[in-house]
Design a protein around this ligand. Structure first.
Ligand SMILES: N[C@@H](CCC(=O)N[C@@H](CS)C(=O)NCC(=O)O)C(=O)O
Length: 346
């Protein structure tokens, strides 16, 4: 009897060998981060609200908290973190090149960025919109009065693109004056080099709070765009994007469930709610697919608090906050009419 090779089996064996080689040689981002012993997280230039430096040189802010939360999820320690401050223009290339493990820096999630830069945006941690800042004594009260105006804008941003669209739609003939460094942009505006400055409204509110006389300036009422600001990771490692995405969801879910930095130990030990017990790792195995320890979400909340606590501290009325009202905004929980919503953690 002639023995005929089974081509289907041979082909399957070849595929298995090939994928075996691939799996052995390509290290996952989680493995790389664990081996290195810290998370490399990219933020922007120091800027109130999102990422700023205290007098001891420590980073804090909403976006920094996301970095700390991911470090806590992996290591149980939010300080196992290297913060990288990268300019607006260089941010996406730096992440795509592997200089950082993730980016958390007021980056708007757009189709082009998500599909053409080798990146994946996880889920928004702040919903913003673009606006204009003007000097109160300019007499300008609406963006539609900016005909022929010179407007200072950061380059490499959605802001720059939306400004062009806005000028075109309303036939305003605005001249954009572009800057790589937002401090130089704001200085130029303050010295009278521009009639207005444009940016994400929340970032501008933070920046105005640091102007010499904040009361001399105001943000015009128009909102030009949708700016869903979201952390991003390199494309191609879905376990890693799941880790970062579910870290953001854990912050939101904790707020939904009433878990705070102060009560997280008590909740884990004494809560009768299975949702709380599962999320905090007292029951079940939610951690397994993420490749993290059972207490990953407990560690997040223990380290940085829930989404609402972080918002209050840095974006709201906390001592370090920039005073942006959350109530009635898109950043409220869905149960309060906002867009902050976590899929079920089960
Ligand atoms: N959300 C927009 C703008 C983000 C941005 O970089 N904003 C300006 C301020 S509106 C900036 O220069 N921020 C300081 C920094 O992030 O370094 C985008 O993703 O393109």
């Amino acid at each position: 009897m002639k023995i005929r090779p089974n081509f289907a089996l041979l082909a399957a064996a070849a595929v298995m060998t090939l994928s075996g080689v691939t799996a052995a040689s390509a290290q996952s981002t989680l493995e790389t981060v664990k081996e290195r012993g810290n998370l490399r997280c990219q933020v922007g230039q120091p800027s109130p609200g999102y990422y700023n430096l205290d007098s001891d040189g420590n980073w804090y802010g909403l976006d920094v908290s996301i970095c700390q939360a991911v470090a806590a999820a992996i290591f149980g320690d939010p300080t196992k973190l290297e913060i990288q401050s990268v300019s607006t223009q260089a941010r996406f290339t730096a992440l795509a090149n592997g200089e950082s493990d993730m980016l958390s820096r007021t980056a708007t999630w757009t189709l082009t960025r998500d599909s053409q830069l080798g990146l994946d945006f996880v889920t928004p941690n702040f919903y913003d919109g673009q606006g204009f800042t003007v000097r109160k004594d300019s007499g300008i009260t609406s963006a539609l009065q900016l005909k022929g105006a010179k407007v200072c804008v950061s380059t490499g941003t959605t802001t720059e693109l939306n400004l062009t669209d806005f000028s075109r739609v309303h036939d305003l003939n605005i001249s954009a004056v572009t800057f790589e460094d937002y401090n130089v942009r704001d200085d130029t505006y303050l010295k009278g080099g521009c009639d207005a400055v444009t940016g994400d409204k929340s970032s501008m509110a933070g920046n105005i709070s640091a102007f010499p006389v904040p009361e001399d300036h105001m943000i015009l009422p128009e909102t030009l765009s949708k700016e869903p600001l979201a952390p991003a990771v390199r494309q191609g490692d879905s376990q890693w994007s799941d880790i970062v995405r579910w870290t953001v969801f854990a912050l939101i879910n904790a707020e939904e469930l009433g878990i705070t930095q102060a009560n997280v130990d008590d909740m884990r030990a004494n809560s009768k709610d299975p949702n709380v017990l599962r999320m905090l790792g007292a029951e079940g195995n939610l951690n397994e697919g993420l490749g993290l320890e059972k207490d990953w979400a407990y560690n997040i909340i223990k380290a940085v608090g829930n989404y609402g606590e972080i918002y209050e501290k840095y974006m709201g009325d906390g001592e370090l906050g920039i005073g942006i009202a959350r109530e009635g905004s898109l950043n409220a929980l869905w149960t309060n009419g906002g867009l902050m919503y976590s899929p079920p953690m089960r």
